[in-house]
Ligand binder design. Sequence first.
Ligand code: CU
Length: 131
Amino acid sequence: MKTITQYKHEIMWWMSRLTVMLTSLFLSFALASSAYATENTMSMDIQMGYNGNLIFEPNELTVKVGDTVTFMNGELPPHNVVFLENPELSHPDLAFVSGEKFPVTFTEAGNYEFQCEPHAGAGMKGVIHVE
Ligand SMILES: [Cu+2]
């Protein structure tokens, strides 16, 4: 017959085994998800005319090469997105309808300054840092 102490020892042994197994399981998940994050590109939104103001929100963003930033038309249209030194990325056509989207994918590192042409004078400008 087993004594209470023997049972206790057995339970402790199994609990320590379980802890090791769960820890390694957790670590493998953590590693797998971090690998997943670095392999896949991100997609982020910038609101145009956010909250009834003539602003981009956010007006500064840091992304990685290959990431896509989607400019979403909000309030106080019309808005557009013009990259001062990268006309090929620009969407000069004015967006009048709320919810219109301009996706822009960045394939090279650098700083990309942009503005909304009708509202640049009001300070509707921003910059995206691509690393
Ligand atoms: Cu605008």
